[in-house]
Design a protein around this ligand. Structure first.
Ligand code: ATP
Ligand code: MG
Length: 262
């Protein structure tokens, strides 16, 4: 059975597109069949990434594993519900996993993706500004005071899913752009997230550090999951660590019938 992996966070710039392209390539390089769908109809970063990948494959690597790229037609006569169902059903029939990148704001399509997610991955920069979209905290004690708008939206999606008898959504918050310095902030955000994960029921994934390598391969449509014969990355400590971070994230996603193969 195909699984829908949704990358969502109403906070702009949290790393949804970055993580979605890395996870899609990690799945491809592990032998899975992958569909992708970009719901950020203005930026279309994930779609652009796969256009770049197609161009690179045509010129340099005909055997590079490619995803099936689905797209929403904004001019369709279908309702948004019908359009979403028709595009995702087709992708899910053809693939083991479908990776969906949401925009950094609530739209009807993003709401539909959250409601239909098997796994929801929420990247979060290591900042209390990003944390504020998940929950409000006491400024003195850092104790969680209550969920914020994004968590409430996920909560509603989960409630609707359980009322309709569907399988629960596995919600994972992945910290992104972790810095090698600023340990105090890192620890404080980490503690607040641990606290919150127990209160509102998400799992915490190790996430990715802030590294140039997570963005510089974009024009080629490649990631650290692709072979170094194509990326031409030197085997520096930093590049090895970047690959390991992606592997650890993939393991933490705990996807059915999936074994890391890169
Ligand atoms: N781990 C990382 N290391 C270095 N740069 C990163 C990392 N993650 C994201 N970035 C950079 O941060 C910026 C925002 O990332 P990205 O576009 O993935 O976020 P987003 O959540 O998709 O944003 P939006 O809400 O606008 O769609 C980009 O310039 C991206 O290259
Ligand atoms: Mg994006």
């Amino acid at each position: 059975m195909s699984k829908l992996l949704v990358f969502g966070n109403e906070k702009g710039g949290a790393g949804k597109s970055t993580l979605s392209m890395h996870v899609a390539c990690a799945l491809l390089q592990s032998g899975a069949k992958v569909g992708v769908l970009d719901l950020d109809l203005r930026q279309l970063t994930l779609r652009r990434f796969f256009e770049n990948r197609t161009g690179f494959a045509e010129n340099h690597a005909p055997d590079l594993p490619m995803a099936h790229v689905g797209s929403i037609n904004p001019d369709s006569n279908n309702s948004e519900d019908q359009e979403f169902q028709s595009v995702t059903t087709e992708l899910m029939t053809q693939n083991d996993f479908v990776v969906v990148d949401c925009p950094g704001a609530l739209t009807k399509y993003s709401e539909l993706a959250h409601a239909n997610a098997d796994t929801l991955i929420t990247p979060m920069n290591d900042s209390f500004i990003d944390f504020d979209l998940l929950a409000r905290i006491d400024p003195e004690t850092n104790a969680v005071k209550g969920p914020s708008i994004y968590s409430e939206m996920v909560w509603d999606a989960r409630k609707a899913r359980s009322l309709s008898g569907g399988k629960p959504i596995d919600w994972i918050v992945a910290r992104n752009r972790l810095s090698a310095t600023n340990m105090h902030n890192k620890r404080k955000v980490g503690e607040a997230l641990e606290n919150l994960s127990k209160r509102i029921g998400f799992r915490l994934a190790p996430g990715l550090s802030d590294r140039v390598i997570f963005k510089e391969l974009f024009p080629k449509g490649l990631t650290v999951a692709d072979p170094s014969t194509l990326t031409h990355l030197p085997s520096s400590m930093s590049n090895i660590a970047a690959r390991q971070e992606l592997r650890d994230l993939m393991i933490e996603l705990n996807l059915p019938n999936f074994k890391v193969g890169f």
